[in-house]
Each structure stands twice: as C-alpha cells, then as structure tokens.
Ligand binder design. Structure first.
Ligand code: SF4
Ligand code: MG
Length: 283
C-alpha cells in the first residue's frame, strides 16, 4: 500500500515560503495514502493560479488546465474512467469568479469528484487583485479605494445548489484538513472542500493570525448534526462563513454516474473510449 511519500515527486514547488498551499499539498498526499489509493488510481486536475500548480507537485495523473475550467476537465476524466479517483483543485478566483458557472453546475450534477479550493481571498498569481472572496473595503491595485462589492459565500452557494458534501478547513490544521479530504474522497458524489490558505505575499489582511482569530471550529458544537441541511445553512450564516469542519453531508443521494440509465448495464464505464487515428482521418 502506498504511503504519502509515494504521492511526492521530484518537482520543487515554487510557491512563496509560508504560502498556505504547501499544507494543502501535504494533506492531499496524506489523505490519498490514508484511504488506500495508489498514485495510478488518482488524477489531480487543476485550474490557473498559484494553487493551480498543485497538480504538478503530486505523484499521480495530473492536468494543469485552463483558468476556471478544472471542473469540466475533472468531470470528463471521471466519466471516461470511473475507476480513477478524481480531485479538482484551484483558487478562489479560479473557482468562484471565472469558474463559478462550472462550480454551481458541478455541485448540482453530483459527479464523484472532490473539489479542493485554496481560498486566500485574493488573486495571488497576478500579484494581488481583489477576488470574489475579498471583503468589502478590501484595498488592492484593482480596488484602490476599497472593494464596493459584496463578498461571495461559496458555502451558502454550495448549499443552495444542492451540495451533498460541504466542508471547510484551514491550511495550518493539517489533521482536520487531511481528515476532511479523506471524507471527501470517500463520499460518493461531489464534495466541496474550501480551504483558507493564506497568501503571505499579497494579502496582508487575511493573514494566519487573522484566520486564527476569526475561524469558528465546529468542534465547539458537539450537538451539531452535519446531515441537517437547514442547520448547516444557519450555522454558515451565523458564523459569517468562517466555520471549519464537516458542514454538511447527504449520503442518501446517488451520484450522477449511478443515475445515468444503462451506464452500469452497458458496461460503458469500462469500455475503451479512446478514439483510433482512423476516426480522425474520417473527419
Ligand atoms: Fe502563495 Fe501568494 Fe506566493 Fe502565490 S503569491 S505562491 S498565493 S504566497
Ligand atoms: Mg486566490
């Protein structure tokens, strides 16, 4: 059985020292090993942004896609080869701005993909612009007078789109983050794991200390029931979206693949769907 070290490769991440994304990478590698995967069972598909580089830093199948399009690619990979465990990943700008249409529909489609968002509340790769996750009043080069737009709540959107698995964590809490990724990988359907992953270079507001002061860990509420959709929505709103832990899970609803009529019976899932060169010659 593979250990987490076997999910490492020899590519050195070029993230800034202290970037939260290092811990997310480590958590994915640990979780993959803990649920019994081998590198050849896993595909990591990422979008564009600093965090999008993560697919190149994990020893597994990987594709560094285009901006905001990690999810269409990841869903295609999963439909083409249901034997693969598929992780999609990227940043808050990637998934909640240009990619938001895909995010909402992937959530309601409920294909068996684990989507890990590294949420640093800014655009890091392009050197610090306001993202949909930035707070009102947030000053960057793109909003020098402070953002006048409302902050987007991915957790509320996920819940209202019919999500079957919603979790949130903090990159420094490696134990919680690893456990949540394990649960996401085991979940039969689409799982959203939003991770507060500070950008130490460009976001001087939402720092490690800021997150530590503002995060509300669900462990504080021993009676919290993550299968209660209304309670989940209430808790997200009460904590202004700052809660961490397993927020909601619906194990009753079947995944998209399991609802496609005839998919199992025809063996479509196991067919070789690759196209022969002859196919292209005929086009
Ligand atoms: Fe991480 Fe920010 Fe550096 Fe990008 S710019 S690698 S998000 S710390
Ligand atoms: Mg970002």
């Amino acid at each position: 059985m593979a250990t987490f070290k076997e999910f490492r490769n020899n590519v050195k991440p070029n993230w800034c020292p202290g970037c939260g994304d290092f811990s997310v990478q480590a958590a994915i590698q640990r979780a993959a090993a803990n649920v019994g995967l081998e590198p050849e069972n896993l595909a990591v598909i990422s979008g564009i942004g600093c965090s999008g580089r993560i697919s190149g830093y994990i020893n597994a199948y990987g594709l560094h896609g285009i901006h905001g399009r990690a999810l269409p690619i990841a869903q295609g990979v999963k439909l083409a080869n249901r034997e693969l465990t598929v992780i999609a990943s990227g940043g808050d700008g990637d998934g909640f701005a240009i990619g938001m249409g895909h995010t909402v529909h992937a959530i309601r489609r409920n294909l068996d993909v684990t989507y890990i968002v590294m949420d640093n509340q800014i655009y890091g790769l392009t050197k610090g612009q306001t993202s949909p996750r930035s707070a009102e009043g947030f000053k960057t080069k793109s909003t020098p007078e402070g953002s006048i737009e409302t902050t987007l709540s991915p957790l509320e959107i996920a819940m209202s789109a019919g999500a079957t698995f919603v979790a949130q964590s903090f990159s420094t809490d490696l134990k919680q983050l690893t456990l949540l990724i394990e649960e996401g990988l085991k979940h039969k359907g689409f799982s959203l794991i939003n991770v507060f992953s500070p950008c130490v270079t460009f976001n001087k507001v939402n720092t490690y200390d800021w997150f530590k002061e503002n995060i509300v860990n669900l462990e504080q509420f021993p009676d919290y029931d993550p299968t209660n959709r209304i309670a989940a929505m209430n808790k997200i709103m009460e904590t202004n979206g700052m809660l961490t832990g397993l927020i909601y899970q619906n194990k009753e609803r079947k995944s998209y693949e399991d609802l496609v009529v005839g998919f199992q019976e025809t063996g479509l899932a196991n067919q070789d769907l690759s196209l022969s060169p002859d196919h292209f010659n005929k086009l």
